[in-house]
Design a protein around this ligand. Structure first.
Ligand code: 4NP
Length: 152
């Protein structure tokens, strides 16, 4: 079974949303996979997701029960695919790669987004409700392309 890790900066907004969105849609499609999330920074370790992440996620039918944790190089052993939410997350993960195999697991989430012109999953932390909804829209649009690319 493929093990997939979503990574953002704080692990309280984008990556726990990705985890919840993918868990629900894969369960509904009856595709088996394991999903988790982490942050490159340690600011929020052990905390529940941002209240806005929980509010918008739950309003759209997702289970928002993640507790934040920090990405470590052990994640290269525990996961098959690692999706970075933006270019900064991507570069920070690459810096922790120990070899070519680690590197081959790291992808940009928005490279698999079906909304035209989307190059990253923008950080909503200093944003508004609209920005949190946008994160969910982008992540939902990544599901079918990810299935096509990695599960067919
Ligand atoms: P996330 O958003 O990376 O999507 O979880 C952020 C959460 C917290 C902070 C920045 C971004 N922060 O600076 O604490």
């Amino acid at each position: 079974m493929k093990r997939v890790l979503f990574v953002c900066l704080g692990n309280i907004c984008r990556s726990p949303t990705a985890e919840a969105v993918f868990k629900k849609h894969f369960a509904e499609s009856k595709i088996e996979s394991y999903f988790a999330s982490a942050g490159t920074a340690g600011y929020h370790i052990g905390e529940r997701s941002d209240p806005r992440t929980i509010q918008h996620g739950e309003a759209r039918g997702y289970t928002m029960d993640h507790l934040a944790r920090q990405f470590t190089d052990k994640d290269f052993e525990d996961f098959d695919l690692i999706f970075a939410m933006d270019d900064s997350n991507y570069e920070n993960i690459l810096k922790l790669c120990r070899n070519a195999q680690d590197k081959s697991k790291v992808h940009k989430m928005a490279s698999h987004c079906s909304i035209k012109g989307i190059k990253l999953v923008p950080d909503p932390y200093y944003g508004t409700a609209k920005d949190f909804e946008n994160v969910i829209d982008i992540l939902e649009s990544c599901i079918d392309p990810v299935i096509e690319r990695f599960y067919r």
